[in-house]
Write a protein that binds this ligand. Structure first.
Ligand code: IMP
Length: 196
């Protein structure tokens, strides 16, 4: 039987992407699948602190092994913004379209479109916390393209391709993805300590 672990998120897209990475190596339970119906706040000013908060809340609640992740889009010409504020860039409604519109607007005057997605995973394993990071470098487009994925996917082109994440299948996105890289680091850790 694969090891079971709770992924502390309510984001169905993130769950799908992570399950595609782990395949049948692990049994991943989303919060919904674990029967935990709460929305965990992300009040901190770093991805690390938000990820930690989410995994610690779920660990305290369940006593079980779990992990969480927090992701930000860091744009060079905007001094790393929206960064940890990516979800609420255009306001508390967390509207994807409004966030994209504001980003394209703020970047319009800048020739430098370089950006990166950064994911931090906080794993709580046997009552101890471990952090893992995944970065995907690329650039922001002039306009949104594609309909797959979520969030800023329609305006982000990873290095090494001409397509936005939203023009890719999930399998293609996972060839480049920040989340995939962070999860791979977690799997490497599990390999090292003999869980896999
Ligand atoms: P959070 O990690 O859920 O707080 O995400 C922060 C913001 O970045 C949200 O607006 C997400 O929709 C967006 N986001 C997170 N991961 C991705 C991704 O893989 N692609 C595009 N947008 C993302």
């Amino acid at each position: 039987m694969p090891t079971e672990i709770i992924f502390a998120t309510n984001n169905a897209n993130k769950v799908k992407e992570i399950k595609a990475v782990t395949g049948n190596l692990l049994t991943i339970l989303s919060l919904e699948e674990a029967g935990i119906l709460i929305d965990i706040p992300e009040p901190h000013d770093t991805l690390e602190a938000n990820a930690s908060e989410k995994s610690k809340v779920i660990h305290q609640l369940t006593g079980k092994n779990c992990f969480s992740e927090d992701t930000g889009l860091e744009v060079e010409a905007l001094n790393g913004a929206p960064g940890v504020k990516s979800a609420r860039y255009a306001g508390d409604t967390r509207n994807f379209q409004a966030n994209i519109d504001l980003l394209l607007n703020n970047l319009e005057a800048h020739a430098n479109k370089k950006a990166q997605f950064r994911t931090v995973i906080s794993l709580i394993w046997n009552n101890q916390e471990y952090l893992f990071e995944g970065i995907c470098k690329g650039q922001i487009t002039h306009q949104a393209k594609g309909i797959s994925g979520f969030g800023y996917d329609p305006v982000f082109i990873p290095l090494g391709t001409d397509n936005t994440f939203a023009e890719m299948s999930m399998e293609e996105k996972n060839l480049y993805s920040h989340r995939k890289k962070a999860m791979q680091a977690l799997l490497d850790f599990f390999n090292q300590v003999g869980v896999l």
